[in-house]
Ligand binder design. Structure first.
Ligand code: M6R
Length: 366
């Protein structure tokens, strides 16, 4: 059932060209100039009048939510807040009738996320679910929603569910932006066509596997690691660090690259691997200067860059190339080598990759 792969996690990493395609199937219709999503379309008035969207989630799904914030604010210009479900539910949050609360959950069973939604519902908010498991508790509770259709995810470390969450959030943001007039038809169409080519690009990103395995060999005995990114790839950094922590048990932290100078830069020495997500778009020049600052302090730099990159390549110890894409889609492509990095290190350390210690696939305890 692992399809010839040694672990479910690796199988699921490799399934991503297909799972992302499945998330878009029947929804992304560029030839017709539309994105079809009944959950959004049937409630367009609600979305159009929403003063605010609050995203609640835990773990990897919360990281997807952070990317969702950037996407929805960028394309649809609706204010978004992203909250850990566990914090939201216990802090007497302000919830208004014209708020939309979106829960993101692979399993649809996470206790804190479910409780956060119940609270939002009780306060009159419209509640929307982004779940992978059809028929799950969150899917049943919500007023509307969209399934990610990534297929069953068995490995405790979330991989394909995450990239499908990012895909669905992109579709939602584009659809909202198109219908509330914030996104020109031209931009909408070009992003739709680019989205259509994403599975092929993910396929290419998977080709970094052998190189990532070599890099893993070099850093497998590290005691700590730092992951840095800016903009859309700040959440990618958080997610990369979480993957390494949960399956290899190596302490890792994700940080917005610009925050380095406010403290974490003191950690950098020749023993600190620093994984920098530095695709050509967005704040590339700023990331390049962050990379220089790390090198000046002798940090070991592993950079995820756009193919053909020269600038970062000249400074970094290792570069992993991903295909060129719009900034908004780069977390999907950049996450692939980061998943592989944590996977290979965990295998080399002989960890229980699919069932890491102390963790369960769905966290139904509060
Ligand atoms: O099923 P959910 O998406 O609600 O799960 C949330 C987290 O428990 C989950 O993403 C967890 O962080 C993963 N093990 C991360 O790989």
């Amino acid at each position: 059932e692992k399809g010839g792969f040694e672990h479910f996690m690796l199988k699921e990493i490799y399934e991503q060209p297909k799972s992302i395609h499945d998330t878009m199937r029947g929804r992304l219709l560029p030839e017709e100039g539309i994105i079809k999503m009944a959950g959004i379309w049937d409630h367009m008035e609600k979305f159009r009048n929403a003063k605010r969207i609050i995203i609640v989630a835990c773990g990897t799904s919360w990281h997807a939510g952070l990317v969702g914030e950037y996407l929805i604010e960028e394309f649809a210009r609706i204010p978004v807040e992203v909250e850990y479900a566990s914090e939201f539910r216990y802090r007497n949050p302000i919830i208004n009738k014209d708020d939309i609360v979106i829960a993101i959950s692979q399993s649809g069973e996470t206790a804190d996320t479910l409780a956060a939604l119940k609270l939002a519902k009780a306060n009159g908010a419209f509640i929307y679910g982004i779940c992978n498991v059809v028929g799950s508790s969150i899917a049943r509770l919500t007023d509307a929603g969209s399934f990610t259709h990534a297929g069953p995810e068995i490995g405790v470390a979330s991989t394909k569910a995450f990239t499908s969450q990012l895909t669905i959030l992109t579709l939602i943001a584009l659809k909202l932006g198109k219908h509330n007039g914030n996104l020109s038809n031209e931009k909408f169409m070009s992003l739709c066509y680019e989205l259509e080519s994403l599975p092929t690009k993910v396929e290419k990103a998977l080709k970094t596997d052998a190189l990532v395995q070599e890099i893993s060999e070099v850093y497998k005995d590290a005691k700590n690691a730092l992951y840095l990114g800016r903009g859309y790839n700040f959440p990618t950094a958080l997610e990369g660090a979480l993957k390494l922590k949960e399956i290899s048990y190596i302490h890792a932290e994700g940080y917005p690259a610009a925050e380095m100078k406010h403290g974490p830069i003191a950690l950098i020495d020749e023993n600190m691997p620093v994984i920098v997500i530095a695709p050509k778009k967005g704040h590339y020049d700023k990331v390049v200067s962050n990379v220089q600052e790390i090198k000046a302090r002798k940090g070991q730099i592993i950079a995820v860059v756009t193919e053909g990159d020269e600038q970062v390549k000249n400074i970094a110890d290792h570069v992993i190339e991903i295909p060129d894409c719009s900034e908004e889609f780069s977390p999907i492509l950049a996450s692939i080598p980061l998943q592989l990095l944590s996977y290979h290190i965990a295998v080399m350390l002989d960890r229980n990759v699919d069932q890491p210690r102390n963790l369960a696939k769905s966290v139904t305890v509060e």
